[in-house]
Design a protein around this ligand. Structure first.
Ligand SMILES: Cc1cc2nc3c(=O)[nH]c(=O)nc-3n(C[C@H](O)[C@H](O)[C@H](O)COP(=O)(O)OP(=O)(O)OC[C@H]3O[C@@H](n4cnc5c(N)ncnc54)[C@H](O)[C@@H]3O)c2cc1C
Length: 463
């Protein structure tokens, strides 16, 4: 795939300035030695490289990327740098402690700011706007869920500065959608241009002396050595940052299930349309329906809007054609026009998608094994834009043998169970997706909560 073809990967790739696309970086040529070899050039790999190089400029850090930096979800996502963690606080606390769960959530709040701080410090113009997230309630049942969510969040000691319930008028002032009965609002989210961040990060780590090899596919990870199609990298420390593609690496087939999220973007909309819709402060938005949707107003005045709904593919297969699903795009466009009828007659200019990574227990992990020298992070379930930054900082601490507040957070060095072998994995994941997909219809028809979806809800977060 040429770099020109990469522009078709997403709206974000298509709107990158030329200097952030550039030429393909040189692939690895033959075998070499390094202190740290990082597999994967998305946010996780690049943030890890960034914080390592910043903490110890003498370290020889090599990033090996099969395609190009930002080819994966990092160059295609919804651009919510949010404090969302896909695992419920109850579940985090059950595995660790109440204090641990709260510390993790507070670290996520701070991470939203750290993404902005680090981008600014490196001169990366990723259109960072910390406008928070508004989550609309558009049915009485959704309003009940909104009230419950805020109360539940507050019960952990978080305050009005962290989450509030908005009245219908307050909600409409921020976001002029149809049928608004109220909303929840949290300030802990920034809207960004995802590809500007990941491509800018690749340049930032290079400026700090990190070698980034694109077009270099890793075929195996063993203690002390990363094998590629173009030679081996011998390294004391190895970090696997391959998210959805983890399932394609020998030995890791059942660690992460790749599930697709799909997006569309409209043409840039005129000011009079935005005057009716709002999102003036760079808020990201969604609503309290079961099937996940997410959106933002881009700096060039478009809607970038996405959702789940595409199936999981048997055997954790990942193929370019799975990024595109006309039925899902049609449904996303219908949902967006239902929210904002003023969009009728406007054009959708971009459609795209990509795989995100789901661990068996929906619980992301940062891990480092001091015996083998192999570390990893991921399984973000579609909430990885900010959490990959926290993961990168934490991996840098772990690799350097530092004991810090971060390395004591409860997502560090835990293990998720592996996924079932096929066909059970295929049946289980798709059943979950189907139940959530049908739950909103059930609620609309009956006016009652969809029980099966409520049972699955704590498991099914993310974008
Ligand atoms: C459509 C979509 C919308 C999303 N929206 C949001 C959102 O709004 N907010 C949010 O928080 N999260 C969102 N996510 C999830 C988020 O984008 C990811 O969690 C995050 O980008 C993960 O970063 P990563 O670096 O771990 O993985 P990736 O960005 O997927 O990077 C992995 C990299 O590893 C490379 N690689 C894989 N295998 C190999 C190999 N064998 N050898 C060498 N290189 C390899 C890949 O080419 C890829 O570049 C979304 C995801 C998608 C797909």
């Amino acid at each position: 795939m040429s770099l020109a073809e990469h522009r078709r990967l997403s709206l974000w790739w298509d709107t990158l300035p030329d200097d952030l696309v550039g030429d393909l970086r040189p692939p690895l040529e033959g075998s070499t030695d390094a202190d740290v070899a990082i597999v994967g050039g998305g946010y996780t790999g690049l943030w890890t490289a960034y914080y390592l190089a910043k903490a110890d400029p003498s370290l020889r850090v090599v990033v090996l990327e099969a395609r190009t930096a930002g080819f994966g979800a990092s160059g295609r996502n919804g651009g919510w740098a949010s404090a969302l963690f896909p695992t419920s606080l109850d579940k985090v606390a059950a595995e660790s402690s109440r204090e641990g769960a709260v510390a993790l959530q507070r670290a996520m709040f701070d991470t939203v700011d750290e993404v902005g701080r680090a981008a600014a410090a490196e001169g990366i113009d990723c259109h960072y706007r910390k406008g928070g997230t508004i989550t609309l309630a558009r049915t009485p049942l959704q309003l009940e869920r909104a009230q419950h969510d805020v109360e539940a969040f507050r019960s952990w000691g978080f305050g009005e500065d962290d989450a509030v319930l908005l009245t219908a008028d307050e909600a409409r002032e921020r976001l002029g959608a149809t049928d608004v009965l109220g909303a929840t609002y949290t300030p802990h989210c920034a809207a960004i241009h995802p590809a500007r961040l990941v491509r800018g990060l690749a340049q930032a780590v290079e400026r700090r002396g990190v070698a980034v090899h694109e077009g270099t596919k890793v075929t195996a990870i063993e203690p002390g050595v990363v094998r590629t199609e173009r030679g081996d990298v011998r390294a004391r420390h190895i970090v696997r940052a391959t998210e959805a593609w983890t399932s394609q690496l020998p030995g890791y087939e059942r660690d992460i299930a790749p599930v697709y999220s799909l997006m569309l973007a409209t043409e840039p909309l005129p000011d009079e349309v935005w005057a009716q819709i709002g999102l003036r402060r760079g808020e990201t938005f969604n609503d309290h329906r079961h099937l996940i949707i997410y959106g933002q107003r881009t700096v060039d005045g478009r809607f970038a809007f996405g959702g789940r709904g595409a199936p999981y593919h048997f055997g954790s297969t990942i193929r370019p054609e799975f990024d595109r699903d006309p039925a899902v795009y049609d449904e996303l466009w219908r949902v967006l026009r239902d929210l904002f009828p003023v969009l009728s007659g406007r054009e959708v200019t971009h459609t795209w998608g990509g795989p995100l990574g789901i661990p068996r227990d929906w619980f992301p992990t940062v891990a480092y094994d001091t015996d083998t020298g192999i570390g990893s992070a991921g399984g973000y379930v579609g909430d990885g834009v900010a959490s990959s930054n926290l993961a990168g900082r934490t991996l840098a601490d772990l690799v350097r043998g530092e004991d810090t507040e971060r390395t004591r957070l409860p997502w560090v060095n835990r293990r998720s169970k592996r996924w079932e072998p096929e066909p059970f994995r295929w049946l289980g994941v798709n059943l979950g997706l189907r139940v959530m997909g049908s739950a909103d219809g059930v609620e609309a028809r009956t006016g009652k909560p969809a029980k099966r979806a409520e049972l699955l809800a704590p498991l099914l977060g993310g974008h």
